[in-house]
Design a protein. Structure first.
Length: 180
């Protein structure tokens, strides 16, 4: 990352934190059995991770949950290999402002959806994905343990030494099923 990107991200985080602090509400934990709408934000750069997330989304759907996925692609244009589907969308650098924050009106229906639960299935603190979590209308937001992550999430899951997406999904799934 260049020093210009570092400065843009620093300013973007400051602007995002100011917005978050102005509208912070109490999280509303919902028992797994009552969850109907689930949103998933993920890094769409890795094909294997994308397949793992799609499998988990399908498992949730098989339990009667409505799942909508939003993948982030860190490129100027959306690659031709990424396809919009009825229950998934993508956003990329063209959909970001000058401080690497998503332009809310260009993201699609994801930010307008009232999710019962928003899952952040990524392991690195990438500002555009964290901003989506902060902008979301989700009642409860869960993600991987990241420094400063509680600014964007209601709960963070520390997966310790097994720092990979498969372990994160397993731990988050265990956690959300334990909520009564």
């Amino acid at each position: 990352m260049t020093w210009i990107e570092d400065i843009k991200n620093f300013i973007g985080r400051m602007l995002l934190l100011r917005e978050i602090n102005a509208r912070k509400t109490q999280p509303k934990r919902i028992g797994f059995s009552t969850i109907q709408h689930v949103g998933i934000v993920y890094n769409a750069a890795n094909k294997e991770n994308e397949q793992l997330i799609a499998q988990y989304a399908n498992a949730l759907r098989s339990e009667g949950k409505k799942v909508f996925m939003l993948g982030y692609v860190d490129t100027k244009q959306l690659p031709h290999t990424k396809k919009f589907l009825l229950n998934s969308e993508f956003f990329w650098k063209e959909k970001l402002n000058g401080f690497n924050l998503p332009i809310k009106g260009s993201i699609g229906s994801f930010l307008q959806t009232d999710f019962d639960l928003l899952l952040n299935l990524y392991l690195e603190p990438i500002l555009p994905m964290q901003a989506i979590s902060a902008y979301s209308k989700a009642k409860y937001v869960v993600g991987s343990y990241l420094d400063g992550g509680l600014n964007y999430y209601d709960a963070m899951i520390d997966i310790g030494q097994g720092n990979n997406l498969k372990n994160l999904i397993e731990e988050i799934d265990f956690y959300i099923r334990a909520i009564k």
